[in-house]
Design a protein around this ligand. Structure first.
Ligand code: NAD
Length: 313
């Protein structure tokens, strides 16, 4: 399969590397020039449970340098960059190209739909972890899964081909018509742990230091899942709360991506997570006071980082 990956950071490089190792024609497309250059010179250094290796059988280029229409365009930017990234590779999207998003958060289909019809969009969720250690160097560990479906719910041949390609690459991929339940449960998990850690600068385990941290996390989970249910999406509240409790007790020292972004002075994905939940809650009349307050606090942190200043009265 001819595969292009736009947003070839931690996750894009992991998926691209594993797909290239299975013999697919993979192009990594990114705006991080140092990362691209390191891959061109040394290959992609991928460290997983299967070992540490350099993968040379893939291309790495900037959006304007990419050519040809891929069978599959995998979008793996942070959600705040999806629109600009797709605009940068719009010339690659052919009449047969399928576009897949496994990004976190909500609203990804809506952005991709500006470029292709829902029948050519695949949407899903992944529990694989990845970190960009340095230019051209990505690390992942443990076992994750990928679950995906067509955005319009149809079971066309390309859905099966993509699932097979990801499964063959060792990514434990299945087609799942209930993927929206998994997406919302992951949004609930992230809305709780990411935004509380981003505001408090606690690591995930430190949220369990006092009842207030743990109770706030569970309150956010309940709010987000109530919004999902108001949209007719079945969710497993106990399972989701158990995953949050497990993370608080076992993810010692872990800084969720939103906290990493704040510490690095970058904008976060809060708009696609807490922001999208609050917007959906307002449309359905579901109260989400904790999720809304955390959204406002993260926005305040982002404004402070961006150097937004007001005149003292
Ligand atoms: P990342 O920051 O490592 O990678 C994103 C890449 O997108 C960067 O290399 C950046 O340079 C690139 N980019 C930004 N603007 C671009 C543009 N206009 N054109 C092309 N490339 C552009 O992020 P990540 O950790 O790989 O996460 C990607 C998505 O996957 C996010 O939605 C995240 O929430 C989700 N996710 C991450 C993990 C994880 O463990 N890292 C796990 C599951 C889901």
């Amino acid at each position: 399969m001819k595969i292009a990956i736009v947003g070839a950071g931690a996750m894009g490089s992991l998926f691209g590397g594993l797909l290239a190792e299975r013999g697919h024609s993979v192009t990594l497309i990114d705006v991080n020039v140092a990362h691209l250059e390191a891959i061109r010179v040394n290959g992609l250094r991928l460290h997983t449970d299967q070992g540490d290796r350099h993968i040379h059988a893939l291309r790495a280029c900037q959006p304007s340098q990419a050519e040809g229409s891929p069978d599959l365009l995998l979008v793996f930017t942070k959600t705040l960059h999806t629109a600009s990234a797709l605009a940068g590779v719009a010339h690659l999207i052919g009449t047969e190209t399928q576009v897949l998003s496994l990004q976190n958060g909500l609203g990804n289909v809506e952005v991709i739909q500006r470029h292709v019809a829902p029948s050519r969009i695949l949407i899903g969720v992944t529990t694989w972890p990845a970190d960009l250690v340095g230019p051209g160097h990505v690390h992942s560990h443990g076992q994750g899964v990928v679950r995906l479906m067509s955005a319009d719910g149809s079971e066309h041949p390309m859905l099966a081909r993509v699932v097979q390609a990801l499964a063959d690459a060792g990514l434990a991929c299945t087609a799942d018509p209930a993927v929206w339940s998994a997406i919302w449960e992951k949004v609930a998990f992230n809305a709780a742990l990411n935004s509380i850690c981003a505001v408090s600068h606690c690591t995930v385990d430190q949220l369990g230091a006092i009842d207030d941290g743990r109770d706030l996390a569970f309150a956010v989970v309940d709010e987000v899942l109530a919004v999902a249910q108001a949209q007719g999406i079945a969710v497993d509240r106990d399972g989701c709360a158990a995953r949050v409790a497990d993370a608080i007790s076992r993810h010692v020292g872990h800084k969720p991506s939103m906290l990493q972004d704040v510490l690095a002075g970058r904008r976060t994905e809060v708009e696609a997570i807490n922001g999208a939940v609050v917007a959906a809650a307002d449309r359905s009349g579901v109260p989400v006071p904790c999720t809304r307050t955390l959204l406002r606090l993260v926005r305040l942190v982002e404004a402070r980082i961006a150097g937004v200043v007001t005149t003292a009265r």
